[in-house]
Ligand binder design. Structure first.
Ligand SMILES: Cc1ncc(COP(=O)(O)O)c(C=O)c1O
Length: 404
């Protein structure tokens, strides 16, 4: 008999973007040019000024960049994050309310590990970011889903949340804003109502806001201001300033729970990566560079989003909601797929294999979006976005012509 392993590992499902990237890598070796409408990362590197600063720092003959750092991250970085949040949202946080972690994914893991116990009910919006479904299974939590429908512009249904919440049983509600996968930006009245539900029922709002600087219409709501005792906010530097491979993010919230999250964080990684912390510190401290970068990225993404929408509008039989934030558009293919008894996963596979366009099947984000695919407008140029969506149209027309 061979040694045994923890069967709970089998509750984890590989991330769709990782598995698509593996396929794309293989296709690239075969000289196939894939249009990447699947990636959840920006196609723009951090500002040149901070990269230049880092290249100079790398010349130092010292251990500064290479040593262990404090487990919750450098105090100077936690101070810079507090200043940043004051500037962006008028938040008043002490550095002890902030823990730096090794990426947004790590913040999700350590927060759920610190907050939830097996069997706890967690309210989750369907569709939602893939990673949460995974962790909810792994930690043996009970997902209580509330559908956010395209008819309501993917805003969470407050009345439905009220119906499922159970004081003493519900531990937390997970809200992503701006949203992945829908690009929805939370409306003020909805945010306020959700905060009230959390306060009235003693539950956490795990508020995932890695796209908070990527809002194109409307304004980002800092939920913490509405319910400071109940909100744990998760953040990432993967999207802004754009260092997904360097793994850096942070959590803020009430100091007592942050201390507990920090303990989990330390148990996993000991400390977040030092070089990434130095780069982000330089970025956040130079407010002009930071502001210019955010404005630049926003401008570029609005242009790309609008090109994508313009091309999508030429396709019959698909529905979508124009996103006001983040990097994604969900497109509904039910008119095309339902008569054939097929799902978005089938379409995405065909699109990749036959048309060389990578997208993510909607089923990874929830049951309600099984007929959807998610498109990202953050990495490719406007020309390639146009071409990618043109190929989607071509495939749809091919499928429809066979049906008739
Ligand atoms: C909503 C959301 N939360 C968390 C993450 C994880 O971010 P990170 O790359 O920092 O691990 C992502 C990444 O795409 C995301 O979209």
């Amino acid at each position: 008999m061979s040694p045994r392993y923890n069967l709970d590992v089998d509750l984890l499902r590989e991330s769709p973007t990782r598995s698509i990237n593996r396929l794309v890598e293989k296709f690239k070796r075969e000289d196939r040019d894939i249009i990447m409408l699947s990636a959840g990362e920006p196609g723009i590197p951090p500002p040149i000024e901070v990269r230049k600063w880092l290249s100079e720092a790398l010349k130092e003959d010292s251990m500064r960049l290479y040593s262990y750092t404090p487990s919750p991250g450098f105090l100077s970085l936690r101070e810079a994050v507090a200043e940043d949040l004051k500037d962006l949202g008028g938040l008043d946080l002490s550095p002890d309310q902030i823990v730096i972690a090794s990426g947004g994914q790590a913040t999700m893991f350590s927060t759920l590990a610190a907050v939830a116990e097996p069997g706890d009910e967690i309210i989750i919006i369907d569709p939602t970011y893939f990673g949460y479904w995974n962790l909810i299974s792994y930690f043996k939590l009970r997902p209580v889903t509330v559908v956010a429908s395209p008819e309501k512009s993917f805003q969470p249904d407050v009345e439905a949340v009220k119906e499922v919440v159970k004081k003493g049983r519900t531990k937390a509600m997970i809200i992503v804003n701006p949203d992945n996968p829908t690009g929805r930006v939370l409306r003020w009245d909805v945010a306020k109502a959700l905060a009230e539900i959390a306060v009235d029922n003693d539950l956490w709002i795990i508020y995932d806001e890695p796209y908070k600087t990527l809002v194109y219409e409307g304004e980002h709501i800092f939920m913490y201001k509405l319910a400071p005792e109940n909100v744990i906010s998760l953040n990432s530097f993967s999207k802004d300033p754009g260092i997904p491979g360097w793994r850096l993010g942070y959590v803020y919230g009430p100091e007592w729970i942050i201390r507990k999250i920090s303990l989990i964080s330390e148990a996993i990684t000991y400390n977040p990566p030092s070089v990434a912390q130095y780069l982000v510190l330089e970025y956040l401290r130079n407010r002009d560079i930071r502001r210019r970068h955010i404005e630049y990225v926003r401008r570029v993404f609005i242009e790309r989003r609008d090109v994508m929408i313009e091309e999508l509008s030429k396709i019959d039989h698909v529905e979508y909601v124009k996103p006001s934030g983040s990097m994604f558009i969900m497109i509904d293919l039910k008119e095309v797929l339902r008569p054939l008894g097929l799902k978005g996963g089938w379409f995405a596979e065909k699109l990749l294999n036959e048309m060389n366009v990578a997208t993510v099947p909607g089923e990874f984000f929830g049951r309600s979006t099984e007929n959807f695919i998610r498109l990202s407008f953050s990495t490719e140029t406007p020309e390639r976005i146009r071409e990618g969506v043109r190929r989607i149209r071509e495939l749809i027309e091919k499928i429809l012509s066979k049906r008739t």
